[in-house]
Each structure stands twice: as structure tokens, then as C-alpha cells.
Design a protein around this ligand. Structure first.
Ligand SMILES: Cc1cc2nc3c(=O)[nH]c(=O)nc-3n(C[C@H](O)[C@H](O)[C@H](O)COP(=O)(O)OP(=O)(O)OC[C@H]3O[C@@H](n4cnc5c(N)ncnc54)[C@H](O)[C@@H]3O)c2cc1C
Length: 370
């Protein structure tokens, strides 16, 4: 069967791209090895942070701002609340490069960010205990996205625009050419162009077009803890935390789910289909230690989960066409900070397929930088 575009991996990026292409009248086939939203990739766990004064670099700011507009548009289409404006507190030592980038991004893009000393943070949010030398950059317009609900909303929207979605359908091979053949375990589909957005498993597919991306799949863990709603309820900000040796992030207790925290740096290199999925005692230990040190009023562990990052060497994304096949587009390597951009990357991928270029600058994400 022939389509204008086939999307391999209907997760965060793929599902959004499917919606934008179908909305513009293209025939779109979305193929996924599981049934998105699911807990076998990088898009589960209830919540993701969206922030605009960007610690990873100011080149991301226009993308983050456009992403929020599109998430809010999706809220209107779906009639569901996807974004919670909790504010985000970026914590770190004053001269940490992440914190410097937050302050610079805010200045350059005129974003509202309040900078507090450790003492001021501790007073404003009694659930936090920062040592001297740390500061907190609070961005009130930032917040939290409901991750599975976002994917589900793009899925419903893509299907209602006429896209076809085949779930539990793993792509095993692609054959490039003027028309690209996409082989699943049982069928072959043909398209004028394809998008490969297969998350942590992207290199399994790229093998068949002689390409290996410098992407490391990492096993990541996160957990929910019992917490006093008066201290850590939804008036508490989502946060990022950086010190010389570690990097954490976390969320207020939303809908009574408990205080959620995860470690951003570290993680074991794994093969996504051959990994210990259970959250174990060792996983809990480092999160408990972080809470004891910084989030000192958080209670006991409720439960934890595991997920994947797809990490590039510089932690910037890869959004580009294949070096030798310009009708094969790749969106991968989102390095643990991609979800917030899912909406805008879907839009960008549709522009690449339809016009060969995107309206926003994505030169940072070129494959040739490696
Ligand atoms: C614990 C954790 C916390 C995070 N926190 C944040 C945060 O606060 N803010 C933020 O912005 N980002 C965050 N991220 C990162 C963000 O969630 C990811 O960058 C983003 O979800 C990646 O999207 P993706 O489309 O590449 O992958 P996915 O959403 O996993 O989609 C890939 C899809 O491809 C499918 N697939 C794979 N192989 C095949 C195949 N052979 N055939 C067919 N389909 C296939 C998979 O089933 C999957 O559905 C976090 C990630 C994790 C794991």
C-alpha cells in the first residue's frame, strides 16, 4: 500500500508529526512497535517539565516558546488540560553553566525569571533546604505537561485528520529509493518519504540504511514519594537541580500522586529490548539521599519506574535527513529533554517533509556535526 509519508515510531515526535502532516491533507501511515502512549519507550510517568529560559542553551528558547503555543492549541482541539502552570525553579550554584544559561536566555528573550538566594528559596518554599552558595531561578510561566495525555491527544487528532495508525507493528527493515519500502514483520508499505522517530531503538532501523547514530540508550529511573500536600502540593514548583557532581529534576504532587523525583545525569547503557525494567533498591537509594539533602520534608518511597533516554554526545538533538537519501528524515537523540518540544518538532518535521526546510532554526541539530 502506498502513502505520502510513513512515520516509524508513533511516540512523542512521531505522533505529533503524523498529526501535522495529516492536517495538511497528506496520506500518513504511523507504525509503532507498541500501542502509544505506552511504558516501553521514553514517554511515560505522568509528567514532563516544560521551561523556556533554557539551561541547555538559548538556541532552544524559540522552540520552547512555539512548543507551548502548540500544546495549548492541542488543549483546545482535544478539550483536555495538558499543561499545568506550576512554575519551574532552576536550582544550582550561581556560576553553574546551566544556571548562567537560564539567566542569559531570560535576558535575551525578555522572559520573566525571578532570581532568589538560597535563604530566600528556603523561606518561600519550606519544603526546600538549599545550602549557602546556591540560587534559585524561578520561571512562573513554565510548568508541567501531562505526558501520556499529550500523546493520546495527538493520536486522536491525527486519526481524526485521516492518518492511519498500526500499533504493535514493529518495523524491521527499510529499503531506500525514490519510493521507500518499509518492512514490518508481516507486511511491506511504500511511501514517497519516511520519518524515523523510533526513540531509543532508532539504530535498529537505521542499520538497514548503513547508518549508526552516536546515540546511547540509557536506563533511567524515577519515583514518587509520600509528601505533605500542604508543602509539596500543586502550588509547589517543578524544579531542576544542578551541582558539581549531579543533576536532578522533580515535580509537585499532582492529583495526590506524590512528590516525583528523578536523576538526570548518570544511567546505565542498555539495549532497550533486553533491560531490567524493575525499579530496585539501589535505584531508590540515590533519590532518597537527594530528598534527605534538599527536599527534606519528603516522606517515604511510594514506587518507582524505569524509562529510556537516547543520549547524544553533546546532548543536543538530531533532526535531519539521511546524508544520502533526502526523503528519509530522522528525529532522534532527545537526550532526556525532548518531550516539551514534541509539539514543535512534529510541526518542524511536517515542514521538512513538505517544504524541505523548517521555519524555526534547527541548524544545531544537524547530523554532520558528529
Ligand atoms: C524519566 C524521564 C524523564 C524525562 N523528563 C523530561 C522532562 O521533564 N522534560 C522534557 O522535555 N523531556 C523529558 N524527558 C525526555 C523525553 O520524554 C524524551 O526526549 C522524548 O519522549 C523522546 O521522544 P521520542 O519520540 O524520541 O521517543 P518515544 O516517545 O519513546 O517514541 C519512540 C517510539 O518509537 C517506537 N518504536 C521503536 N522502535 C520501533 C520499530 N522498530 N518499529 C516501530 N516503532 C518503533 C516506540 O514504540 C515508541 O513509541 C524525560 C525522559 C525520561 C525517560
Amino acid at each position: 500500500m502506498h502513502y505520502d509519508t510513513i512515520i516509524i515510531g508513533a511516540g512523542t515526535m512521531g505522533m505529533a508529526a503524523g498529526y501535522f502532516l495529516a492536517k495538511q491533507g497528506k496520506s500518513v501511515l504511523l507504525l509503532d512497535a507498541f500501542n502509544p502512549p505506552h511504558d516501553q519507550g521514553s514517554h511515560h510517568g505522568e509528567t514532563r517539565i516544560i521551561r523556556f529560559a533554557y539551561g541547555e542553551g538559548k538556541a532552544y528558547v524559540p522552540l520552547a516558546l512555539r512548543a507551548l503555543d502548540l500544546w495549548q492549541e492541542l488543549e483546545k482541539i482535544s478539550g483536555k488540560q495538558l499543561f499545568l502552570k506550576t512554575g519551574v525553579l532552576n536550582i544550582g550554584s550561581k556560576d553553574h553553566s546551566f544556571i548562567q544559561n537560564v539567566i542569559e536566555s531570560a535576558k535575551d528573550f525578555n522572559l520573566s525569571v525571578d532570581v532568589y538566594s538560597a535563604q530566600e528559596v528556603n523561606k518561600k518554599w519550606p519544603g526546600i533546604m538549599l545550602p549557602e552558595g546556591f540560587i534559585g531561578c524561578f520561571e512562573p510561566s513554565a510548568g508541567v505537561l501531562r505526558v501520556e495525555a499529550c500523546i493520546d491527544a495527538y493520536k486522536t487528532a491525527a486519526l481524526s485528520e485521516g492518518a492511519t495508525l498500526k500499533t504493535n507493528t514493529r518495523v524491521v527493515k527499510i529499503v531506500p529509493g525514490e519510493k521507500v519500502s518499509v518492512h514490518t514483520e508481516e507486511e511491506v508499505f511504500i511511501a514517497d518519504s519516511i520519518i524515523i522517530s523510533a526513540g531509543a531503538r532508532v539504530n535498529d532501523i537505521l542499520k538497514s540504511v548503513d547508518l549508526t547514530l552516536p546515540i546511547t540508550p540509557l536506563r533511567k529511573t524515577f519515583a514518587w514519594f509520600n509528601a505533605d500536600e500542604a508543602v509539596y502540593g500543586s502550588h509547589f514548583p517543578a524544579f531542576t537541580y544542578e551541582d558539581e557532581n549531579s543533576s536532578y529534576y522533580g515535580f509537585p504532587s499532582i492529583d495526590g500522586a506524590g512528590f516525583k523525583v528523578g536523576r538526570h545525569d548518570t544511567g546505565d547503557e542498555v539495549s532497550p529490548d533486553d533491560v531490567i525494567r524493575e525499579f530496585d533498591e539501589a535505584d531508590a537509594t540515590e533519590l532518597v539521599q537527594f530528598n534527605e539533602k534538599i527536599m527534606h520534608q519528603v516522606g517515604t518511597l511510594k514506587y518507582g519506574k524505569t524509562c529510556f533516554y537516547s543520549k547524544t554526545p553533546d546532548e543536543d538533538f538530531i533532526i535531519d535527513s539521511h546524508p544520502f537519501h533526502d526523503n528519509i528524515y530522522i528525529a532522534a537523540g532527545f537526550s532526556g529533554h525532548g518531550f516539551k518540544f514534541g509539539s514543535v518538532i512534529g510541526e518542524i518535521l511536517s515542514q521538512l517533509v513538505l517544504n524541505g526546510k523548517s521555519e524555526l532554526d534547527i541548524s544545531l541539530f544537524k547530523l554532520m556535526r558528529f
